[in-house]
Design a binder for this molecule. Structure first.
Ligand SMILES: [Zn+2]
Length: 368
């Protein structure tokens, strides 16, 4: 019954583009000694009972009591090994979500974790925490941006302990700066009420909305840009061109684009690379892309061009489409953030850490 409910609400939220994009977000449910958590590589929209990994709750609780090495790579490798060892017998072929420990923190039956653009307008803004206090009072825990993986789980664990000591109960909402939000409840209806409540309260505060209707773009210049991009990336490259009102607004000048030149959340780094490149025209974009590649060792996925909007480039249709989907999300986040004190992107240090962590994870997957 609990597992059926979990699958059902995961599919419902996962099919709503305002709430979930690509493989983002995850869900869990606890049933006695067991916790079901979304498997890594599954999507909420289509997940079935088999996509959830059965975890031993007692073994998960032990992980928070253990001391881990300070070195990033050693610590994450050990914590990952302990997480794998916490799978129930018969689950060895599945990989639990990297955010499993955050779900294990809550005692409540159901946990829902999302990265909606509206919520991230708040989490990626200068006034985020203050606005969250105004609308939610003491009903949540705020966590400043930090390294993902075990470190994040441990910080949340410590904050949850502090909260319990102060209020005599657990917090049911955790808001992660530059990342997203967690909700916990004993029933699916309650979970839904909490989500709707937060979204409505944020909506009431929004003064500027993002618009994705087609904008007034320079078609001739855009065509020339296509030619230059194919020339640099090769004829096999797949380009998704986004001449939306929102895209053209941020492309209008380097000053306007500054709001979206740094990543807001890990999703943006994973699907769009940490930073886009900006160019004034088809003539100067070649030099800008070359310079970017020399500096970073890879080509940009997002190319913003004045009066044209942006181009999302990848070698597969899915990669190109997903990059555009997530960069549109970044544009939404930037616009919503205007209502909450202005944009607050991730620090360069954190962005570099996630970029390298991703590369490392990817490399490991390739070698496995
Ligand atoms: Zn997340």
């Amino acid at each position: 019954m609990i597992l059926e409910q979990l699958v059902s609400f995961s599919n419902i939220y996962g099919s709503n583009e305002e709430l979930v994009l690509a493989g983002g977000g995850n869900t869990s449910a606890k049933d006695g000694d067991v916790m079901y958590i979304k498997g890594s590589g599954t999507q909420l929209a289509t997940i079935t009972a088999d996509g959830f990994v059965k975890m031993n709750r007692a073994a998960l609780a032990e992980i928070f009591k253990k001391e881990y090495p300070a070195d990033d790579a050693e610590r994450e490798a050990q914590a990952l090994a302990d997480l794998s060892a916490a799978r129930m017998p018969g689950e060895e072929s599945k990989r639990p979500s990297v955010e499993t420990l955050l779900h294990a923190l809550f005692d409540k039956t159901f946990v829902l974790h999302l990265h909606p653009a509206l919520v991230n307008g708040l989490t990626c803004s200068k006034g985020g925490e203050a606005v969250a206090r105004e609308i939610l009072g003491d009903e949540f825990i705020w966590v400043d941006a930090c390294k993902p993986g075990y470190i994040l789980s441990k910080i949340c664990y410590d904050k949850m302990e502090e909260y319990k000591a102060k209020y005599g109960k657990q917090a049911d909402i955790i808001i992660l700066q530059n990342h997203g939000i967690f909700f916990a409840a004993d029933s699916v209806d309650e979970l839904d009420e909490m989500l709707v409540d937060v979204l409505c309260k944020l909506r009431e505060r929004v003064t500027v909305d993002p618009f994705f209707d087609s904008g007034d773009y320079d078609g001739e210049k855009a065509q020339k840009c296509f030619d230059v991009i194919y020339d640099i990336y090769g004829d096999d490259a797949v380009i998704t061109y986004e001449p939306s009102l929102e895209s053209i607004k941020y492309a209008s000048s380097p000053e306007a684009a500054a709001a979206v030149m740094k990543p807001f959340t890990p999703d943006h780094i994973v699907y769009c690379k940490a930073e886009p490149v900006y160019g004034f025209c088809n003539a100067c974009i070649r030099g800008a892309i070359n310079e970017y590649e020399e500096e970073k060792g890879y080509k940009p996925k997002i190319i913003i061009i004045k009066d044209c909007g942006y181009f999302a480039v990848d070698m597969t249709p899915k990669g190109s489409e997903t990059a555009a989907l997530l960069f549109n999300d970044a544009l939404k986040v930037a616009t919503y953030a205007e209502s909450f004190g202005g944009v607050l992107p991730m620090s360069d240090e954190l962005s570099d850490f996630i970029t390298n962590w991703e590369v490392e994870a990817y490399r490991q997957k390739q070698n496995a």
